[in-house]
Design a protein around this ligand. Sequence first.
Ligand SMILES: C[S@@+](CC[C@H](N)C(=O)[O-])C[C@H]1O[C@@H](n2cnc3c(N)ncnc32)[C@H](O)[C@@H]1O
Length: 167
Amino acid sequence: MSAPPRRTLRRPNRTPTRPPVGDPRRFEAFADYVERHWPARDARIADVAGGNGGLQAALHRLGYSNVLTIDKRRRFAKSRPMFRYGLFSEDESEHFDLVLGMHPDGATEMIIVYARDHGIPFAVVPCCSVGKRTDYPLWMGYLERLAGPHEVDLLPIRGRNLVIRPV
Ligand SMILES: C[S@@+](CC[C@H](N)C(=O)[O-])C[C@H]1O[C@@H](n2cnc3c(N)ncnc32)[C@H](O)[C@@H]1O
């Protein structure tokens, strides 16, 4: 008797269905954008959800000397000068002149609410991975309503590249 034919399992399709969020040019592009709108080099800037500090480094190269990167992932923020490990929230107690978020995931709303409540400027480049909020146009619409009067600008990068900035 011959052996029964072997059944092969189909691999799941791993083709990404969402655009990439990780264009390596994003930090330089965002830093250039900051320079165009907020040229004061001594501004106290929060780089919220800043990961491993790519935006902070790009801002330093332009001469911004007072940038604090905040991230809830310990491996990024622990024990490095100008980094703070922990959650950023709308109840943030420290004062900043400008709050930035490059693909800040769940901190996006908090940046907008914090800045709005304190009457300070912000710029966020939302991405899409916030819990179940994977519908980018809906997510953007919600954030734009939250932001009040604002502009939406385009950064010259691949992937999520829209910046929301109050006016
Ligand atoms: C998609 S990564 C982007 C990191 C970096 N901005 C970049 O472009 O490479 C999102 C980051 O947000 C951080 N994050 C999300 N919510 C946060 C919060 N409420 N406070 C601080 N960090 C937060 C995560 O730890 C993660 O490092």
